[in-house]
Design a protein around this ligand. Structure first.
Ligand code: NGO
Length: 494
């Protein structure tokens, strides 16, 4: 059992010689109309596609022993927490129990990974369909296990985002942070500022055609992700990384002149005019419209790499914007640079820049602030794997699978220990990535490494074990149609 699941579960007890077989009589049992039944439906869809079996769902077990996969939310299972689950597999039945629906969903991901990899195929495959016997009791180490995607440098379609949500959910990732705006593109419709999507959305790195999500499409992404227990966290980067906005509206510039659109990959040259009242009216409208579309408690305000503003002006700007975020009922999240400002209670910083001192973030931690770790030399999935990688950047060095896996969040930075950590996140910046195929190549196999760091207890984490489990996921990705990098560090099956 323990030989296949990523992230490694907190506890696995295998029952040797026992297995459950999914057959044409297998039924999924869950109370009618419940969340458990909806999640059972998700499992049934997966099983039907590849097994070709009918896989009915109903409130009661079938009559043949050995034909039942049951899912239930159990009010007494509080020890499993919000996301944990217990999965029991014997010859007669598969029983999945959780305190909350999210736990059932995560348990289904483990169950998927216990089935042969051909279960991931979109077409009918030959059986048999065995699940090894035993018990998994599992819950996450960190509440925030994120993936980040930059849809600003290159645009990704709604369908591409949905496919990525499906892929990250398989690894119990529960946040997708969308970097919606940058110098090269503005990707979200803001009804009060329509030029943003007329002008700002029309470009992309390298001169491609750009694109944006209407608010309806964005809501569809949020909903699709929520059904998979993934929360969309939107980022509007500011005051820097704003050329697309500055090109769309002349009045946002201090000199009142619209900037030309930009399709290069330099950073740090743009900034909103922090002295003008219209800047804050603009941000109030943008964050206000976004807050309504956002079930997540957080709005990400970026705040990174502003090279054209004096430190005091930067800090004043961040302090003002925090109040706008609070006014719209959300909490503040920003890149580590915002720690230079006085942060409001509840604000979270996201560490990324390995070349900058973490001391300002550690100082905020002393005051009780929480941190998300995305150290670029380990968690940035847009870094090249090695010097001959065609895709990716290399400012933080090369990041092979083992580099992404072999680090420990609680001891990475002085003054930022376990208690300060909300979790980890693996961003993908898209300067060199034009479509989902390229994103997948960068994410797999490194995303599962970060997912394991975020979910598994330290005691369950070990490189040799991870490497051998990861090898078994190669055929799974092939069956799913997921592009991946065949790292030489892993002994992939032929
Ligand atoms: C930096 C920068 C991004 C780049 C990325 C490339 C942050 C937070 N700001 O990360 O604009 O796209 O590196 O790796």
């Amino acid at each position: 059992m323990e030989r296949s699941i990523i992230p490694a579960p907190a506890s696995v007890t295998a029952t040797d010689g026992v297995e459950f077989e999914v057959t044409d009589a297998t039924r999924i049992v869950a109370p009618t109309g419940s969340e458990a039944a909806r999640i059972g439906g998700y499992l049934a869809d997966l099983l039907r596609r590849s097994t070709g079996f009918p896989v009915e769902i109903g409130p009661t077990a079938g009559i043949v022993p050995g034909d039942t996969i049951s899912l239930a939310v159990d009010a007494d299972a509080a020890d499993l927490g919000d996301e944990g689950y217990e999965l029991k597999v014997d010859a007669e039945a598969v029983t999945l129990r959780a305190h909350r629906p999210a736990g059932l969903f995560h348990g289904v991901q483990s169950l998927r990974q216990l089935l042969p990899s051909r279960v991931e195929s979109g077409e009918k495959q030959d059986g048999p369909w065995h699940i090894p016997g035993g018990t998994v009791v599992d819950k996450p180490r960190f509440a925030w296990r994120g993936a980040g995607l930059d849809v600003a440098r290159h645009f990704f379609t709604v369908d591409e985002i949905k496919k990525y949500v499906d892929e990250i959910a398989l690894y119990k990732i529960n946040v997708l942070h969308l970097h919606l705006t940058d110098d090269q593109g503005w990707r979200i419709e803001i009804k009060k500022w329509p030029e943003l999507t007329k002008v700002g959305a029309s470009t992309a790195v390298g001169g491609g055609k750009g694109g944006f999500y209407t608010q309806e499409q964005y809501a569809e992404i949020v909903q699709y992700a929520a059904e998979r227990f993934v929360t969309i966290v939107p980022e509007i980067d500011m005051p820097g990384h704003t050329n697309a906005a500055l090109a769309s509206y002349a009045e946002l510039n201090c000199d009142g002149k619209a900037r030309p659109t930009y399709t290069g990959i330099d950073v740090g040259f743009s900034a909103l005019c922090v002295d003008k009242p219209v800047t804050y009216e603009f941000l109030d409208d943008v964050l206000g419209e976004l807050a309504v579309l956002t079930p997540s408690p957080y709005l990400h305000i970026g705040g990174d790499e502003v090279k054209t503003l004096p430190a005091a002006e930067y800090a004043t700007f961040i302090e003002r914007v925090q109040q706008i975020v609070l006014k719209h009922g959300k909490q503040v999240l920003g890149w580590q640079e915002i720690a230079a400002a006085k942060l409001v209670p509840g604000a979270v910083t996201q560490y990324w820049d390995i070349n900058a001192s973490p001391a300002p973030v550690a100082a905020e931690v002393k005051g009780g602030a929480k941190v998300i770790l995305s150290p670029a030399s380990k968690a940035y999935l847009d870094m090249k794997y090695h010097e001959n990688s065609k895709l990716g950047l290399q400012w933080a060095g090369f990041v092979e699978v083992r580099d992404a896996y072999d680090w420990e969040p609680a001891t990475l930075l002085d003054g930022i220990g376990e208690d300060a950590l909300l979790g980890v996140e693996a961003p993908i910046w898209s300067e060199t990535l034009e479509d989902l195929d390229a994103v997948e190549f960068m994410a797999f196999p490194r995303l599962p490494a970060i997912a394991e760091i975020g979910w598994s207890p330290v005691a369950a984490r070990e490189w040799e074990s991870f490497g051998s489990r990861l090898a078994g996921h190669g055929p799974r990705w092939t069956a799913m149609g997921v592009n991946f990098y065949r790292s030489e560090q892993i002994s992939w099956p032929e």
